[in-house]
Design a binder for this molecule. Structure first.
Ligand code: NAD
Length: 240
């Protein structure tokens, strides 16, 4: 059996699969990542502030108008559909395997594909809450131009982890439990440069660690198998 065949067998026999993904999982759905040459970092020049500053907690409260102009035009893709990568993971679960997905993405596409155990480490652009009365809203319930407000007058904030904020503790805790209990871990479509999410692979105690990312990452040497390939194509090959 070739290497791919052996890996496929190991994954198929695993009691539990843990997947950690990032922006590269959704590029084939038309959502740009941050660090590829055509990624969102290119947008910085248009707004005159760094990407990290624009997406920081302080910037949100100091410049809500500019924040939302950028956010609605560059961070929310309501027409995006799950691609091969999301569907391969969802199908694998449908076939009876235990699959836990921790994602740095905020686009909701894993759930849209049908995966059930999804831990959104950086939140979700389709959920909002009032900064004054804490009432919650879905994307469909709010205005998409200017700064959305609650009927009470408070500014709405997206349930997205901004720079300067902590990760949602429930999602992080669930991801850490799942990675510790998994037999196989696949990380993919992530530069593994954004912490604390990039530290999650260190908690894996199982048998087989696989990385699928177009570019090399600082953690490549930590993995047993590294594919510098497209995540959708490779996940399909491994999970079919
Ligand atoms: P990143 O942008 O830092 O890195 C993405 C990586 O994916 C790159 O190394 C790139 O080479 C790789 N990649 C791109 N397309 C790929 C493909 N088809 N197959 C395999 N690899 C591919 O992304 P990150 O590590 O997730 O950075 C984290 C930050 O980016 C998070 O804070 C996240 O919230 C945010 N983000 C999310 C979205 C989204 O929700 N879809 C989009 C952009 C950024």
């Amino acid at each position: 059996m070739d290497e791919l065949g052996l890996l496929r067998k190991e994954i198929g026999e695993a009691r539990s699969l843990f997947f950690l993904g990032g922006a590269g999982v959704s590029t084939a759905s038309g959502i740009p990542d941050f660090r590829s040459p055509a990624g969102l970092y290119a947008i910085e020049s248009r707004y005159g502030v760094s990407y990290e500053e624009m997406l920081s907690r302080d910037y949100f409260y100091d410049h809500p108008q500019e924040f939302y102009e950028f956010f609605f035009s560059s961070m929310v893709y309501p027409r995006a559909k799950p691609n091969k990568a999301h569907l391969a993971l969802a199908d694998f679960e449908k076939r009876g395997h235990e699959v836990h997905i921790a994602t740095q993405n905020i686009d909701g596409l894993h759930r849209k594909a049908g995966s059930s155990k999804v831990y959104e480490l950086h939140g979700n652009v389709y959920r909002y809450y009032c900064t004054r009365c804490a009432r919650r809203f879905s994307y469909g319930e709010i205005a998409h131009e200017g700064v959305p407000h609650c009927p009470c007058g408070g500014i709405l904030k997206p349930e997205v982890t901004l720079y300067g904020e902590e990760l949602p503790q429930q999602a992080l805790g669930a991801a850490l439990r799942a990675v510790r209990e998994a037999d196989v871990m696949i990380c993919g479509g992530t530069s593994l440069r954004v912490y604390p999410a990039a530290a999650i692979p260190e908690y894996f105690m199982g048998k087989c660690k696989i990385l699928i990312n177009k570019e090399a990452t600082p953690l490549d040497p930590y993995f047993d198998y590294v594919f510098h390939e497209d995540i959708g194509k490779t996940l399909e090959a491994l999970l079919s």
